[in-house]
Structures are given as structure tokens and as C-alpha cells.
Design a protein around this ligand. Structure first.
Ligand SMILES: [Fe+2]
Ligand SMILES: [Fe+2]
Length: 338
């Protein structure tokens, strides 16, 4: 059950709201649309964007650019940005929110399930990237909720879909991809455990937000090669309480989500943090998130080690972490991924 890293190269593409195109100006990068699973150039670099062209593109709802053209996008958009707004990694949070709001329209025009899943993953992870980069603690809750809803709608637990998902997940660690992965995995596990649809959307939301407290932590520390020293570790450990506080500040009152985020690093034997809770004191959501968090961390490359395969990760979790993680959930995961 290895992740096939090369299967999809689509995370090289970034969805872009067509309204980012500037009428009357030459575009310095190629733009793509998705057709039958492939990215097809719709506008070549150097083309002057006419009103006609804009109208035509708008019907498609979303276009894509290559991620490595982000700098060009930034320069292209710069004269049109106002004040302090900075384009971070290609997209404003506002633009991503707009793209998310078009997601159901985009999805209604796509036939294949894999394709739909691909759009949900891509839009969701780009939304989170914009949120994490902007470090604005005022969260676009509606967009996060829409992503969570679409995710539950499109993730199913048949073997094929799970394979597609695992293959789709990038193995390079970034907080936004990790959070997207944890949300997807939590929905898969939640579906296997028979959670209601409402609970699935809640767990998806919690998965997307479980590490939101990390927006308060220096990115360099998060990506530091090698182990953290004691002080740094203490700072990083603060992210679960910080995330809980950020969600409260944003008006989230759902306790399943709040406790899921706050306690996703608690361990059954009391060795976790922030409170050293034990056994059943740790909520179902926190236990689901905790398992998916460990699974994704192990199957992702880090600066100090390479990634485990899904099989190796589950074996390690089953054999060495069964006093810390809920074994019945690990078993459910193993049955699913078998
Ligand atoms: Fe975490
Ligand atoms: Fe995490």
C-alpha cells in the first residue's frame, strides 16, 4: 500500500479565479483548464486578455496556472493590488474564498469521481495555504465549512477512492497539505466508524483546523531540520491550545470541534499534551484526529527522515503505539486500507 508519488502531478497547478485576469493586459504565464483529467492550455503566455476571452473563461468557473508561475502572477497583479494586500503564494485568502464558493458549480460540471475529488483536494489545500500564509486569525469560516461539506460529499470508502486519495496526497510536509490530509483521512475513518453525515462534516472541519494554532508559530521552527530543543518543543506544543483559542475567538461553539482540536495530541496512556488526559477522557473526535495526524506525519517526508509507506506506518502504530492510540480505530484503518 505504497503511495505512488508520481501518479498525479496536479499539485503543480494552482486554481485561479478568472477575475484575477486583467482585461487589456498581456498575460505573462500560460493558463489551463481541466479536460478529461488533463490540464489543457486555454491561454498562452503573451496573450492580451480581451473582454470576449474573459466572458468565455468565466463560464468555466476556474482556471489553473503552474505553481512555479506564482511569482509572475504576483508581478502581473501587483499594480492592481491596493494598499498592504500582498499576494501570498499566488492567491489572496479572499480569492480562495471566492474560488471555494464556486466549488459546487465547478464540481457539477465534472463527471469523474476522481476528478471531483481532485478539485476538492486542490481547492481545499490552496484555501488552507492562503490561511496559513496570511496568518490572519479571523478565519473564513464559510469557506472552510464549504470545503468540509464537499469533502464529505465526495470522499467514499471504497478501496479505489482510498487509493486515489492516498496517491493524491503530497508526501512533502507543509502545514496546509498536512491539514488537508488529516481532514480527508478523518472523514474516511469517520465513515468507516459509522459517524452521521453531520458529524462527518464536523470532523472534516476539525481536521482542516486541527493545527490552526501553528499560524502563531514561526514557519522556520516548524520546518527546522532535526529535532527541536526543549524550549522550541514547548512552543510548538502550545499550538493545540492556541488553535482552540483561535476557534473560540471566531465564534465556534461546537464542542466536538473545539475539543477535537484542543486534544488531538493527547494519548490514551496520559503521555500526551496539553493536559495529559487519559483513555475515555479523550473525545472521539480527538482520538480520530490523533490517529490521522500520526498516520499522515509518518507517511510524509520530513527534513530529518524519509516517509514510511502506509503499510509500515500502520504496522508501527499498531505495534508500538497501541498504548497511546485507540487500537480499534487503528484496526478500522487497517481494514480500510487493506
Ligand atoms: Fe498538531
Ligand atoms: Fe497535525
Amino acid at each position: 500500500m505504497q503511495r505512488v508519488v508520481q501518479r498525479v502531478i496536479s499539485y503543480k497547478y494552482l486554481p485561479l479565479n478568472p477575475s484575477s485576469l486583467i482585461e487589456g493586459a498581456a498575460i505573462p504565464f500560460d493558463c489551463y483548464i481541466k479536460r478529461f483529467g488533463d490540464y489543457v492550455i486555454i491561454i498562452e503566455a503573451g496573450t492580451i486578455i480581451s473582454k470576449n476571452l474573459l466572458d468565455k473563461i468565466d463560464k468555466n468557473g476556474v482556471i489553473y496556472i503552474l505553481k512555479h508561475d506564482t511569482e509572475k502572477l504576483k508581478v502581473y497583479r501587483e499594480p492592481y493590488e491596493n494598499g498592504n494586500e500582498i499576494i501570498l503564494h499566488g492567491l489572496h485568502t479572499e480569492e480562495m474564498v471566492d474560488t471555494v464558493s464556486k466549488m459546487s458549480h465547478m464540481l457539477s460540471q465534472i463527471n469523474g469521481l476522481d476528478e471531483k475529488l481532485e478539485v476538492v483536494y486542490s481547492v481545499t489545500s490552496n484555501l488552507l495555504e492562503a490561511i496559513f500564509n496570511k496568518k490572519d486569525e479571523k478565519l473564513p469560516l464559510e469557506a472552510i465549512q464549504e470545503s468540509a461539506t464537499q469533502l464529505v460529499e465526495h470522499v467514499s470508502i471504497d478501496v479505489k477512492t482510498i487509493h486515489v486519495m492516498l496517491n493524491r496526497m503530497p508526501t512533502d510536509y507543509t502545514t496546509h497539505n498536512h491539514s488537508t490530509n488529516v481532514a480527508f483521512l478523518s472523514v474516511i475513518l469517520g465513515k468507516a466508524l459509522g459517524l452521521t453525515k453531520e458529524a462527518l462534516v464536523e470532523i472534516a472541519f476539525a481536521g482542516l483546523m486541527h493545527d490552526i494554532g501553528k499560524i502563531r508559530i514561526d514557519k522556520e521552527m516548524l520546518l527546522k531540520p532535526g529535532p527541536l530543543d526543549e524550549d522550541e518543543y514547548e512552543l510548538v506544543k502550545g499550538h493545540s491550545d492556541a488553535g482552540y483559542g483561535i476557534l473560540l475567538d471566531n465564534g465556534i461553539t461546537n464542542q466536538k470541534i473545539l475539543y477535537g482540536v484542543r486534544f488531538h495530541h493527547e494519548k490514551l496512556d496520559g503521555s500526551g499534551y496539553p493536559q495529559g488526559l487519559r483513555g475515555k477522557m479523550i473525545s472521539v473526535f480527538a482520538r480520530i484526529l490523533g490517529i490521522c495526524d500520526v498516520f499522515d506525519a509518518l507517511t510524509t517526508k520530513r527534513t530529518f527522515r524519509t516517509n514510511y509507506t502506509s503499510f509500515e506506518a500502520l504496522l508501527l502504530m499498531k505495534k508500538e503505539m497501541n498504548s497511546q492510540l485507540d487500537e480499534s480505530y487503528i484496526d478500522a484503518f487497517i481494514r480500510l486500507l487493506r
